[in-house]
Design a protein around this ligand. Sequence first.
Ligand code: PAF
Length: 283
Amino acid sequence: MVLLRTKDELREWTTERTGRPRVLVPTMGALHAGHTSLMDLAIKRAGDGDVLATIFVNPTQFGPNEDFDAYPRQLQADLEKCRDHGVTSVFAPEADEMYFNDATISVHESRLSHRLCGASRPGHFDGVCTIVAKLFLLTQPTAAVFGEKDFQQLAVIRRMVRDLDFSVDVIGGPTVRESDGLAMSSRNAYLSDEQRAAAPIIQKTLREVAAGIASDRFSSPETARAALAEGIASEGLARIDYVDVVDASSLETLETFEGAIPRLVAAVFFGKTRLIDNVGLPE
Ligand code: PAF
């Protein structure tokens, strides 16, 4: 496995390997089984081509009061996981390698980004789009894998690929969960034991309400939303940022179930830690 630290090293590597399928797995490191499942998907997709993982805690997607400084950084452990999962090469630049101090151009998505996570994290999806666009341009992948846990991010990236004509096939990887249903996330490490024990309420409630929608127990998305809020709030340590039942591709709040593919989404604070999760309807 090759470790690339600069854009020049990356360009040289990609030039040498022109013409081979290349599947990109962008990450911010602190890798867990959720990330390695994306690498496994990428390996299958790449065939005899290359899997390139990126490890970069992207400053432009963190707000001023968010956890950029505290975000876990563990490059050596991450590199071992990449090696164990058959990644061909890892690009792990420093922030000043990726951004000019006086950069004035960024990528702005103006429809899907303003609500849900975007409402409490202004500018977050501009930061995500900008770094992902830069990584696409630098690495020239044939496909890229992103986790469905960040459902809004996946939708925004698909929209960027469509609207900016990137020739990249975007693949969504299913959410990987702990044995009690909590979605794996690097931020789970911030939870106290008490908060950790309480956090599975998110997935439990999302799943119950999704099953209720599938069996016509809710007359409207509005009543399903109320059930989501009530179920999650029944856990005293949970503070809801948002819950919603949205259209899976436009992310707009659903007014009716008629002809819709619903996605149930939630962001919930436990203390200062904000966790997100989402589910579709059971098959
Ligand atoms: O999902 C993440 O880890 C990040 O948002 C991404 C896509 C690597 C961009 O920094």
